[in-house]
Write a protein that binds this ligand. Structure first.
Ligand code: F3S
Length: 64
């Protein structure tokens, strides 16, 4: 599974980071989320999916 943050849509709600800090981080400068790697580490697919659903902006894109 791959994950991507749509930079133009993210508003910094941080629910992704709260849900799965192993994958999502917040940029100290603009408060927007980023991912260390687009490839979701094994075993974290469910958490990343939950994080994606938690984003009120729909800014987290998952691809199989
Ligand atoms: Fe951005 Fe959504 Fe996370 S708005 S900070 S991707 S919860």
């Amino acid at each position: 599974m791959k994950v991507r943050i749509k930079d133009d849509i993210c508003q910094g709600h941080a629910l992704c980071f709260i849900t799965c800090p192993e994958v999502f981080h917040l940029n100290d400068d603009d408060g927007h989320a980023y991912v260390k790697s687009n490839q979701v580490p094994a075993g974290l697919e469910d958490k990343v999916t939950t994080a994606s659903k938690s984003c009120p902006e729909g800014a987290i894109e998952l691809t199989p």
